[in-house]
Design a protein. Structure first.
Length: 302
């Protein structure tokens, strides 16, 4: 444990370990990637994909190692004991910081299948990591504004097709598909007008589309709630060990069977029911965050 070192020095060590860990595992992944490109047949993929996922899990496990070495963060985690790494999960989480990704990976690693995130298309060009994400079948979508979609309505259909293709690949072996339903990170400016105290208003489209493509394989949705009692950190603060406490709660939420077959885009009644279901989940999450923060404040020494 290096928590006795100055935060900046710990941050530098953690950064070097993160980079070295990423380069090592990405290089291994990219040695296998040409096999997927040259031999894209299901029989080959059944053998290659599990190996690639194990490599990615190795990266996540090693990240947990440098976190334990460089940080004194206290982790308060609940709701993960009954999870199964041979099942399919739709994981929904509130979003406050890029640190959320590292938190989810550490908490759920080897408890559920490898987490797969929907990524902005531009990220495929990130050196090493972009190709590694492609090899792991992470779906890449174009981030479109409402103005972009008005000018090019066909882009919405293109993103829908990309999502459906990704979900078809996910069906080959157990997978955890992650959705940040808020669609963006929480900030005070973005929070204006939200009906929730601690959350942005959720966007249902990506969740509904994923359920429509894979809903019969998801037995439940994992509703993950991340709370940073000292405030949401940026990545550098996290690397420096300036996050004293992280609270994570995970609960399994049953998925209504009708949400696996409806048409969110065309069926107004289905869309209304889906919004109501998601809003109920969000109301619970908002109250849960408030209760966790209040408990943390009352338990803090005077």
């Amino acid at each position: 444990m290096l928590s006795f070192l100055p935060p900046v020095l710990r941050g530098a060590i953690a950064t070097m370990l993160l980079i070295a860990n990423t380069v090592f595992w990405c290089c291994l992944l990219l040695l296998m990637a040409p096999i997927k490109l040259l031999f894209p047949w299901p029989g080959v993929r059944r053998h290659v994909d599990p190996l690639l996922n194990r490599m990615a899990r190795g990266w996540v496990s090693c990240n947990g190692g440098w976190m334990r070495l460089t940080q004194g963060t206290r982790w308060d985690v609940g709701g993960v004991a009954q999870l199964d790494d041979q099942d399919w999960y739709l994981v929904n989480c509130n979003h406050q910081s890029w640190v959320d990704v590292l938190v989810l990976q550490r908490v759920l690693n080897r408890r559920v299948p490898l987490l797969k995130f929907f990524l902005k298309r531009q990220l495929i060009y990130v050196p090493l990591i972009g190709l590694a994400w492609w090899a792991l079948d992470f779906p890449f979508l174009r981030r479109q504004t409402k103005g972009d979609l008005r000018r090019n309505p066909n882009q919405r259909l293109a993103d829908r097709e990309a999502t459906l293709r990704a979900c078809q690949r996910f069906a080959r072996l157990p997978t955890s598909v992650v959705s940040f339903a808020e669609g963006t990170r929480f900030t005070p400016a973005k929070h204006q007008g939200s009906p929730y105290r601690h959350l942005l208003k959720p966007k249902a489209g990506a969740l509904a589309l994923t359920l429509g493509a894979m809903g019969t394989q998801f037995h439940s949705m994992l509703d993950a709630t991340i709370v940073y009692p000292a405030g949401a950190p940026d990545l550098w603060s996290f690397l420096c060990g300036r996050v004293p406490r992280i609270i994570v709660r995970v609960r399994q939420v049953p998925i209504p069977p009708q949400f696996s077959h409806g048409d969110y885009a065309q069926d107004r009644g289905f869309r209304r029911a889906f919004h109501q279901w998601l809003e109920t989940i969000w109301e619970f999450k908002d109250q849960q965050i408030g209760a966790l923060l209040e408990h943390d404040r009352s338990a803090a020494p005077a």
